[in-house]
Design a protein around this ligand. Structure first.
Ligand code: SF4
Length: 457
């Protein structure tokens, strides 16, 4: 029996950051480690491999962004007599839908019951559905990164130290379905860090946690461990953490090269409307200057299409953001993930359709032209899809523009933080984002012009 773990990308052709910020699909290595040795395993990662399905059974990790593509592969494989097992967050929130495309689905965290699923696979007695449970920290084992072989990823030393998030932003799916917030034992984490140092010498650690520092006590011990090991790292932080100057200084002293900050909107009413209360009344612009002075690059994650956005407000946002010296601005359109509080709210008001993630793009949107992070699948009081998409592209192009002063600033931050190589990555990302946004902007403008002609006719 050969079981292949499959990672299908959300977006490959265009500029969605997932298309070039490639990182190993670590959760699949976690499952590989608990697969009985009687089963031969392999990895098929669309980021790095040619997609060829060679095996007897296939286990896919499904997210809302890749669900449609995964289902197409799953249906074809099953028609060819192969076994298909689906798991992941999307399967957890839409189990009935996933079941239509699989021999078995696994909801929740699969790690604890995976050996039993494999035994059933071997015996030919797979059940339709298995419900996993949150892995207790005492059961967390070090990931074996040798699973990824010689594949080349932009950030190969990806890892996670925590699971879940203690916040409840109403658009966020992972906080609700990842179980209670848990932290990995530090000795287990240290073994992973040691292994990564051997496999990828010189690579910085990329923590992919939703909220790495939610438990400040654990966070302090983790930062001390990184300091002791002299490891450089990047991670995501919430706005309130980013605006805590003592915490950011501790991060800088522990080797932090850069943070992605979940800003979403500069307007408090927008943040409050999606329960992002940790963002309210925070001095974000001052915190960016402080981070820059400490040698930490800032990537601002901005979301457009929030309930109180209007064309005038987004113009104002663009003007304000231009004054804030972030290294990269990552702009996305609000996504309505199934089963979130926001999804339920918008479903009942008729602003989003059920199973929108399975729909093909229509002529009245540019969803077929744009990466998934810029597709729009809901009704907004102040924007039609093309208008909001055009505005999002303008924000990306204008905020990430490559000017001499921004290049010098990013290089200067890199010098201060002893992270010149990472500064190079920031410049690469920034240049690519602005260049591709400008190109896509033209295509959206053409589509808008066509739309106007069709409407007049
Ligand atoms: S802080 Fe981030 S991970 Fe946590 S609930 Fe909010 S959006 Fe989700």
């Amino acid at each position: 029996m050969k079981l292949v773990f499959v990672n299908i990308m959300q977006e490959l052709q265009r500029f969605d950051s997932t298309a070039y910020i490639t990182q190993p699909p670590v959760p699949l290595a976690v499952l590989n480690a608990v697969t009985p040795k009687t089963i031969e395993t392999a990895l098929l990662d669309e980021q790095a491999d040619r997609v060829r399905f060679e095996g007897d059974a296939f286990a896919f990790s499904v997210s809302t962004q890749n669900a449609r593509a995964v289902y197409d592969h799953a249906d074809a494989l099953r028609a060819a007599g192969k076994k298909v097992i689906l798991g992941g967050i999307h399967v957890t929130v839409c189990p009935d839908e996933a079941m239509r495309h699989a021999d078995a689905i696994v909801t929740g965290e699969a790690e604890m019951l995976w050996p039993a699923v494999c035994e059933d696979l071997l015996a030919g007695t797979l059940r339709e559905r298995y419900d996993g449970s949150p892995t207790p920290p005492s059961q967390m084992k070090p990931v074996d990164y040798r699973f990824f072989g010689e594949r080349s990823y932009l950030t190969p030393a990806s890892l996670f130290a925590t699971r879940g998030c203690n916040r409840r932003c109403s658009f966020c799916v992972s906080s609700r379905y990842m179980g209670p917030y848990r932290t990995k034992p530090l000795d287990v984490l240290e073994q992973e860090i040691d292994q990564l140092a051997v496999l990828y010498p010189g690579a910085f650690l990329q923590f992919t946690d939703d909220n790495l520092l939610a438990d400040r006590n654990y966070g302090a011990k983790l930062l001390a461990l990184l300091r002791r090991n002299k490891r450089r790292f990047v991670t995501m932080v919430t706005v309130d953490q980013f605006c805590d100057s003592a915490l950011m200084e501790e991060m800088a002293a522990s080797g932090c090269l850069g943070v992605a900050v979940g800003v979403e909107s500069l307007d408090d009413d927008n943040c409050a409307s999606v329960s992002k209360f940790q963002n309210l009344r925070q001095p974000f612009a001052d915190a960016v200057r402080h981070a820059n002075a400490s040698g930490i690059q800032t990537g601002a994650l901005i979301m457009v299409g929030l309930p109180h956005d209007t064309p005038e407000r987004l113009e104002r946002t663009l003007h304000y953001l231009k004054q804030i010296p972030c290294s990269v601005f990552d702009i996305r359109i609000l996504r309505i993930y199934p089963s979130t509080a926001l999804y339920r709210e918008m479903l009942s008001s008729g602003d989003v359709t059920e199973e929108w993630w399975l729909e093909k793009g229509s002529a009245s949107t540019c969803n077929h032209l744009l990466p998934s992070c810029l597709s729009m699948h809901f009704r907004h009081a102040s924007f039609d899809p093309m208008q909001l998409q055009h505005m999002a592209l303008r924000l990306i192009a204008e905020l990430n523009v490559m000017k001499q002063d921004s290049v010098s600033r990013i290089v200067g931050i890199g010098r201060r933080g002893h992270g010149l190589k990472f500064a190079g990555t920031m410049l690469f990302v920034r240049k690519r984002l602005s260049g591709q946004a400008r190109m896509l902007q033209k295509q959206v403008e053409q589509a808008m012009a066509m739309n106007a002609v069709t409407t007049m006719a």
